[in-house]
Design a binder for this molecule. Structure first.
Ligand SMILES: Cc1cc2nc3c(=O)[nH]c(=O)nc-3n(C[C@H](O)[C@H](O)[C@H](O)COP(=O)(O)OP(=O)(O)OC[C@H]3O[C@@H](n4cnc5c(N)ncnc54)[C@H](O)[C@@H]3O)c2cc1C
Length: 549
């Protein structure tokens, strides 16, 4: 997946479908449409999954909380949403086992009655999931069993309940979908923004005006149909296509903070905190050897600023988590943070309604005036169903009658992967077990292709940082095979270090900048500028945590 090759594919073509936005929805739709035989192009303004889709809690879930709300309110739409999520949980896990894993979530309870209440709810969750699913069922744990799993939990609990959902590496899952779409014939381009449209005589969209964000050059993409997958930014594209439509998206900011895993004492089990002071749930989930804790829920209006974590949000998350810990986590232990925008849709987009009660389900809108199809709302877990519904709507317009076949489509790295791969990589390439595990997780069976590149770059076997498992060769691989174009593409989304540890990311910048400069032919000045701009961004995030808002 070399960017220059994909740029060339754009010239003098008329595509069946142009997808705008390369988050979970867009890359999912690109794969779906390409597998149906359409000639597809996907245009992403930033990097694949750079926005919400790399900043989720990384759960593949039906939503235990939604089930509780659905039952309490006899809300069948919400019940359907839980069922969809649980059905998809199985598919998302199976189609890329290297990027996903079953996740045990534990909730300490303070009374026997509370334990009974949650246990009954979780049995219903198990029951809704039954069928395809192979995850273990829920369980009521004694206090000792809970502390054996998570030694950092407060001893004040009565007992705890446990259930299973899935976990995914969100940014890498999106990348695998983009790669799968490219393998199926799609042209995919990151760092290219749609800035306007041209229409035919009947007012229907026919051309997207695109600006390459890396070179500032502009070009046109012609297509028979256009699908807006811009998540929280969907209204901008809807109004670009037809200025008379009303806004539908109510973006809500959610942040996470990163702590050392020894805060809870487990690198495998998560904690679900069922009730926060503002009436929501918070998760503390192990991810890549750290613990990510989130999330908040704040309605926002400014879509231009990155929704970075601030000091008040850090205080709220620490305070919420610390109620469940024997030894409180401290602010200085926060090694990183990240925020995303939920692309919530509201039926009427009424100002005044709380974002917590808005449906997290998806909607496909067809604007009869411009012809634009917009996919809005949803969640990572149901990206495939969302993509299917959106491409079905496009098919109605274009007359394609091939059905969706993504359910059984394994993603790159899945075929040939097994849980034994880390041990095999360790033997074959002489890397540490930590590095072998990381390679197996990040690339699945393609880890061997990554390591094969060290034949030409022997120093690629060196670590980027002595205290993390990442290899220098991954930088070259990310440029040549994963369309990484910037330092942040690599550090935040290809190896996820930015989400884990800002100080370590700062230390990694010089090495990554050197390797990327070589791979992308940057001048010394370009390398320096890229490094400085990224360092300034990271330092800005660090400063943000210190300032009271
Ligand atoms: C804090 C938080 C936690 C979450 N946790 C979970 C979870 O645990 N499990 C779960 O299932 N779901 C979760 N979600 C929901 C899930 O992450 C989102 O529903 C999903 O990622 C949205 O994907 P998307 O593709 O619609 O939007 P995005 O990922 O935001 O993608 C939209 C893309 O459009 C691009 N774009 C915008 N304008 C243009 C333009 N003019 N030209 C080209 N491209 C453009 C953007 O750059 C962006 O990449 C969470 C969401 C948040 C915010």
């Amino acid at each position: 997946m070399l960017r220059t090759d994909h740029l060339k594919h754009l010239e003098h073509q008329v595509f069946d479908l142009c997808i705008i936005g390369g988050g979970a929805s867009g890359v999912g739709a690109a794969l779906d449409a390409a597998l149906r035989g359409m000639k597809v192009v996907l245009i992403e303004k930033n990097d694949f999954a750079a926005e919400t889709s790399s900043r989720s809690t990384k759960l593949i879930h039906g939503g235990v909380r939604y089930l509780e709300q659905a039952i309490k309110n006899l809300d069948f739409a919400q019940l359907r949403q839980v069922r969809h999520g649980l059905a998809e949980r199985h598919t998302v896990l199976r189609n890329a086992p290297h990027l996903t894993r079953p996740l045990a979530l534990v909730t300490p309870v303070s009374t026997w009655i509370e334990g009974l209440y949650f246990s009954i709810g979780l049995k219903m969750y198990d029951w809704f999931a039954s069928g395809k699913d192979t995850l273990p069922g829920s369980n009521w744990l004694t206090k000792k069993e809970a502390l054996d799993r998570l030694p950092g939990l407060s001893k004040k609990m009565h007992s705890a309940v446990l259930y299973y959902d899935g976990q995914l590496d969100d940014a890498r899952y999106a990348l695998a979908l983009a790669q799968a779409a490219a393998q199926a014939g799609a042209t995919v381009l990151n760092h290219a923004a749609v800035t306007g449209f041209q229409k035919d005589v009947s007012g229907k969209l026919k051309t997207a005006l695109v600006t390459d964000q890396l070179t500032n050059s502009t070009f046109q993409v012609n297509a028979r149909a256009f699908l807006n997958c811009c998540g929280p930014f969907a209204d901008t594209i809807r109004m670009m296509a037809n200025p008379h439509v009303s806004p539908r998206i109510r973006p809500s900011k959610g942040v996470h903070i990163t702590l050392p895993a020894d805060v809870t004492g487990s690198i495998s089990d998560a904690i679900l905190i069922p009730k926060t002071s503002d009436g929501r749930v918070v998760f503390a989930v192990p991810f890549a050897g750290k613990l990510i804790v989130g999330t908040t829920d704040t309605e926002i209006n400014d879509l231009h600023e990155e929704p970075a974590a601030n000091a008040a949000e850090v205080d709220f998350l620490l305070e919420t988590l610390n109620r469940y810990l024997e030894k409180p986590a401290l602010k200085h232990q926060v090694s990183a943070g990240f925020g995303g925008l939920r692309p919530l849709i509201s039926a009427k987009a009424e100002p005044g309604t709380s974002t917590k009660t808005l449906l997290r389900d998806h909607e496909v809108e067809h604007d009869a005036v411009s012809g634009l199809v917009s996919l809005m709302g949803g969640k990572w877990t149901t990206y495939r169903l969302m993509a299917r519904d959106a491409v079905d709507a496009v098919c109605q317009q274009t007359g394609c009658d091939n059905p969706c076949i993504t359910e059984e489509h394994y993603l790159p790295g899945a075929v040939g992967w097994s849980a034994d791969l880390p041990e095999e990589l360790k033997q074959e390439f002489g890397v540490s077990l930590a590095t072998a595990r990381h390679l197996s997780h990040n690339y699945g069976s393609l880890a061997r292709t990554v390591m094969a590149m060290t034949a030409n770059f022997p120093e690629g076997k060196e670590l980027i940082l002595p205290d993390f498992p990442f290899l220098k060769i991954e930088i070259a691989y990310a440029v040549q095979h994963e369309m990484a174009c910037t330092l942040r593409d690599f550090l935040a989304r290809r190896i996820r270090l930015e989400l884990l540890d800002w100080e370590a990311t700062i230390r990694a910048v010089p090495v990554v900048a050197d390797w990327m400069a070589k791979a992308l032919g940057w001048t010394d000045l370009q390398r320096e500028q890229a490094a400085q701009a990224y360092l300034n961004l990271l330092k800005g995030f660090q400063a943000n945590l210190q300032q009271k808002q």
